[in-house]
Design a protein around this ligand. Structure first.
Ligand code: CP3
Length: 356
């Protein structure tokens, strides 16, 4: 046992070996670390690039997208690169327009009635979408030893943006559709599922090593509604992608009440927010379940010593060397101090894993 551990730490793993090793739950030196929304406004280097382009232009230009995707790797030393893009981009290929304003994204026309929904079609990616070139460019610049993550929104979360236009806290319009015309919602979720699978396949073809699917808003559903309007579509995406050999990480915000359903999705990794204690879910779902998370992003506004202490607590709770990917419970917030993010990453790298 001791000999194996010593041997394990002697070996220097590449970021990709560490990342894929964690996903496979095989022996590695420490949990890999990356952060949702790691590329963004809180980084001065990002703002420097952003000066010249709108958000959509950055998504469409492989050089700019690759540059800001790689910044967190160079500046912070994360173990994985997520391509700069947005979950709402595929809606532009389905008959809607997406605008990123100061106040957040706006999707138009909001598909709040059956006539507008009838105009929504499966995503048409006739020309290679920009995300393909962005991933290919990241790979060209970074080489083969760093994992690249692709991503997409899940059907329920995308349908919320599609129908609400601007997502409201109560999810009034998407829930109205769900209760008034569940069949029509299911038809829309079918279209989104096919589109998301196509979009993920394009990213994998371009070089993504794993993909994360975001069902940010599915945690707002009751357990039975989650089983009908979120789980089956997640499962279809996960089956399609994993059967072709690429692992899928499933993220749901506020998922305590649907954690068993998340497990039932078959995802390689379950990404959870700070409301859940990692030790509790490990006990409940078993050590075989690979977890990602789950520091509250607002902790990063606290002084670095607090960030270190809270990061250590999550590593204590996870209690593992493998089968855990360190991340936040949701995306990095604007105005997060870069020193806090650095303190988090250093803590994950220098934590004492010798007793595991
Ligand atoms: O670094 C990364 O994580 C990769 C890029 C990424 C973005 N959006 C870039 C972005 C990823 C993975 C996303 C996912 C995304 N986008 C989600 C799922 C995760 C989550 O946060 O729940 C959702 C719901 C969206 C939709 C979206 N896009 C919202 C709600 C917003 C506004 C909120 C905000 O932070 O401004 C966006 C805009 C957006 N997407 C920005 C970034 C960096 C900010 C725009 C800017 O900096 O100009």
């Amino acid at each position: 046992m001791i000999a194996t551990k010593a041997k394990r730490s002697e070996k220097t793993l590449t970021c990709k070996q560490r990342f894929l090793g964690a996903i496979e739950n095989s022996p590695i030196d420490r949990p890999p670390v990356w952060l949702m929304r790691q590329a963004g406004r809180y980084l001065p280097a990002y703002q420097e690039v952003k000066k010249n382009f709108t958000f959509l232009e950055m998504c469409r230009r492989a050089d700019a997208a690759a540059e800001v995707s790689i910044q967190p790797f160079d500046i912070l030393g994360v173990d994985a690169i997520i391509v700069f893009n947005d979950i709402l981009i595929p809606l532009e290929h389905m008959g809607q327009k997406v605008d990123f304003t100061e106040k957040g994204p706006v999707v138009a026309p909001a598909a709040r009635n059956a006539e507008i929904l009838a105009g929504i079609h499966r995503g048409r990616f006739d020309e290679t979408p920009a995300v393909f070139d962005s991933i290919a460019e990241i790979r060209r610049r970074i080489g083969g030893d760093v994992p690249i993550l692709g991503f997409a929104g899940c059907p329920f979360t995308l349908s919320a943006y599609m129908v609400e236009g601007v997502v409201s806290k109560s999810l009034r319009y998407i829930k109205e559709l769900l209760y008034a015309n569940p069949r029509l919602l299911e038809k829309t979720l079918d279209l989104l599922t096919e589109t998301v699978i196509d979009y993920l396949r394009i990213q994998i073809k371009a070089g993504a090593d794993a993909v994360q699917i975001f069902d940010t808003w599915a945690g707002e559903l009751s357990r039975s509604d989650y089983r009908r309007f979120a789980l089956p579509y997640q499962r279809r995406i996960i089956e399609a992608i994993q059967s072709e050999g690429t692992p899928v990480i499933l993220y749901v915000k506020g998922s305590s009440h649907v954690i068993d359903e998340m497990k039932a999705s078959g995802a390689s990794v379950l990404s959870v927010d700070w409301r859940i204690n990692l030790r509790d879910i490990s006990n409940r779902l078993g050590e075989g379940t690979v977890l990602q998370g789950n520091l509250d992003p607002t902790v990063l506004y606290a002084p670095p010593e607090t960030v270190r202490r809270m990061t250590q607590k999550i590593l204590d709770d996870a209690g593992r060397r493998t089968g855990h990917i360190f991340n936040l419970g949701h995306g990095v917030l604007p105005e997060t101090p870069v020193e806090s993010v650095q303190a988090l990453i250093e803590t994950v790298k220098h934590y004492d894993y010798s007793s595991r």
